[in-house]
Design a protein around this ligand. Structure first.
Ligand code: KIV
Length: 266
């Protein structure tokens, strides 16, 4: 597969071609996903729940992230690899730089961090030092306790305006991509139109520049975990393998048939 770069990903936004993203935490899924043609693999700190069985992403450490990033990088065949900076790994600019350097040395092409304009000094420094950054707004799971649970964000006009202001600030600071998690579709569309950088949605409607899901969620591996924005792509008679489910996801994201209204928030 063609090696994806931040430039090829940004070009997809210009071409109005939806960008496909899935998480992976290990070498076998990394190989399968990248060889299926997924443009971006995210080594998300969601591994704290999916791989470790925790109730949130808060317990995930840098040691965990480095280990899983190395596993995924070993067999990645062309996808752009983003690795999450875990909880408190970017509390200061100095910490952000040294922890990001470790993720890049483990094989990441870009680091992701959660939060609004308070993250701008760190994003500026990373960008200046040649480390591409993916920002993350809306529902930011590392702040689940401050947010009071896993809830849709930006529903009232004041909160929506704040997310829009943050999105502009993050782009101006140098972020190359922006994840929008659990925000109303109209807000995600507005942000996507106002920014030059691509937006990647999860529970953010089908007008973002791309979509991300947690692999194990879209394979229906946890029947007890069914948030509105997750679709099981492995539940029809025609889909008889994990590869086929991934190809179905790619096809539905590319045609913007996923996410539909049933998997989005008003
Ligand atoms: O950790 C993760 O997997 C994420 C995505 C759900 C966006 O941040």
């Amino acid at each position: 597969m063609k090696k994806q770069t931040i430039h090829s990903i940004q070009e997809l936004k210009q071409l109005d071609e939806p960008i496909t993203v899935l998480t992976a935490y290990d070498a076998s899924f990394s190989k399968l996903i990248s060889e299926s043609g997924i443009e971006i693999i995210l080594v998300g700190d969601s591994l704290g729940m999916v791989m470790q069985g925790n109730q949130s992403t808060v317990p995930v450490s840098m040691t965990n992230m480095i280990y899983h990033t190395k596993c995924v990088a070993q067999s990645n065949n062309g996808s752009l690899l983003i690795a999450d900076l875990p909880y408190m790994a970017y509390a200061t600019v100095e910490q952000t730089l040294s922890n990001s350097a470790m993720l890049m040395q483990a094989g990441a092409n870009m680091v992701k961090l959660e939060g609004g304009d308070w993250t701008c000094p760190a994003i500026e420094k990373l960008t200046e030092r040649g480390i591409p950054v993916c920002a993350h707004l809306g529902l930011t799971p590392q702040s689940v306790d401050a947010l009071g649970g896993y809830k849709v964000q930006g529903r009232d006009s004041e909160a929506a305006a704040q997310i829009l202001r943050d999105a502009r600030a993050l782009e101006n600071a140098g972020a190359s991509l922006l994840v929008l998690e659990c925000v109303p579709s109209d807000l995600a569309e507005k942000i996507t139109k106002q920014l030059t950088i691509p937006t990647i949605g999860i529970g953010a409607g089908n007008k973002t520049s791309g979509q991300v899901l947690v692999l194990q969620d879209m394979l229906g591996m946890n029947p007890d975990f069914k948030p509105k924005f997750v679709k099981n792509f492995f539940d029809s008679e025609k889909v008889t393998s994990i590869s086929a489910a991934i190809l179905k996801y790619i096809s539905e994201v590319k045609s913007r048939s996923f996410p539909d209204k049933e998997h989005s928030f008003e």
